[in-house]
Design a protein around this ligand. Structure first.
Ligand SMILES: CC(C)(COP(=O)(O)OP(=O)(O)OC[C@H]1O[C@@H](n2cnc3c(N)ncnc32)[C@H](O)[C@@H]1OP(=O)(O)O)[C@@H](O)C(=O)NCCC(=O)NCCS
Length: 170
């Protein structure tokens, strides 16, 4: 079976925080951070399967510490685990106080991408091989997260069945 090392999927991107990026607390706007996370995660997934990918889900984004205009914000993403056509991607967000060099984990997130063929059908992806202690830990715990996602998806589908698509005035 075809396989790739986690390191072959790894991506990094560092941004400044400009006035247009912040909320009314003068910290990085959460929606902006989520867009950056989805963006860099999709590149890791694409590098893994070398075909088109779509975001199937984002587990959660845990905003651990605020990111301020005096910080840089570094995003790191890599594929941690694969199913048949799905890939779990981990994104680590590290902020660095540019005045002191102090670095902190600002946010973490797990996303799932599905590889698609030219007809937009899910297609088999290579297995992923972890090497570092961090990669191995994330790989070993992924099966459990995948099962949690499966259960949540079932609940979301049932929930959608009882929701109306009508406008309030209809
Ligand atoms: C994601 C999508 C392609 C899955 O298609 P599907 O017809 O449900 O296909 P399947 O049921 O065969 O699932 C394919 C894989 O996706 C995984 N999957 C599907 N929905 C998932 C979800 N919500 N979370 C995590 N994994 C999911 C399945 O577990 C399966 O994994 P596996 O092949 O590794 O076992 C389809 O639901 C879709 O197109 N969703 C919209 C995606 C989108 O528009 N994203 C952009 C967000 S704005």
């Amino acid at each position: 079976m075809e396989q790739r090392y986690v390191k072959e999927t790894r991506c990094y991107k560092t941004n400044r925080v400009f006035p247009t990026d912040v909320n009314n607390h003068n910290t990085l706007f959460g929606g902006k951070l989520m867009a950056y996370i989805d963006d860099i995660a999709s590149i890791a997934a694409y590098k893994h399967c070398r075909c088109s990918v779509v975001t199937a889900s984002t587990d959660s984004v845990d905003f651990l510490t605020p990111i301020r205009p005096t910080d840089s914000v570094c995003f790191e993403s890599f594929v941690t685990w694969t199913g048949r056509s799905s890939m779990e991607v981990f994104v680590k967000v590290i902020k660095e106080d540019l005045r002191t060099g102090e670095r902190d984990i600002a946010a973490t997130s797990f996303l799932t991408f599905v590889a698609l063929d030219e007809q937009n059908r899910p297609v088999t992806v290579p297995a992923v091989v972890p090497e570092t202690a961090e990669e191995i830990r994330l790989h070993e715990t992924a099966e459990h997260r995948s099962e949690m996602r499966r259960q949540r998806r079932e609940q979301s589908k049932k929930f959608a069945d009882v929701l109306t698509t009508k406008f309030a005035w209809e």
